[in-house]
Design a protein around this ligand. Sequence first.
Ligand SMILES: [Zn+2]
Length: 253
Amino acid sequence: MIAVVLFVVGAALGSFVTVLAHRIPRGENWVSGRSRCPNCGAQVAARDNVPIVSWVLLRGRCRSCGEPISVRYPLAELGLGALFAATYLILGTDPWWELALGLVLCVVLVAITLTDLDLRLIPNAMVGAGAVAALAILAAGDPGELPGRLLAAAIGGGVLFLVVLAYPRGMGMGDVKLVAMMGLYLGRALAPAVLIGFAAGALVGVAIIARRGAAGRKQAIPFGPFLALGGIVGLWFGEDIVEWYLDEFFPES
Ligand SMILES: [Zn+2]
């Protein structure tokens, strides 16, 4: 039951996140102002603003101008709804602050994925807001967690900074800040998260080069979505992966 409620809340937030992802990088006011059709500018009526349902009922077209509405809107709504429900089912409610961290991380990672895919940039405002939210939740939930999480953020951000220095193409400072922020949410689970992100990015990179040859090699793909994917896997299973790794390789410690 709670999972269903969280799915609905996630879908509604997903709708808000697509608006944030559109407005924040463009410096628009994202607090006020009704949703508008990006094509004709018509205000979206409340009945046409129901997550997922409205898009399906309107057959993916604006009621005013009939132009197609990007499938990213229902996908982001569906995606965040599913992420919310799954995060609750996997993490449970004890302790509450870990679930709170998980849900907020899902929102931030979906927003960053959308802007990075769209504009090839990870806004400082999003990473900064994500970091502040993580610190606030940790301070309220279990301040004893703060030193370890800050250390994870510093190490993860530091390592990625060195990678960007060595290999500037394909990654940027936005990715460094994103990894540091993820460290606050994940702690030591940041390590498997980043490795999974790199592995997924490498797989897709190899697939593109295999399909397009030399032309694919020049094509820069944004790295944020892969880090976000790793972040979600790390959120759900990172602790288990770290435990397994320690048992496997350092059995007596
Ligand atoms: Zn329109």
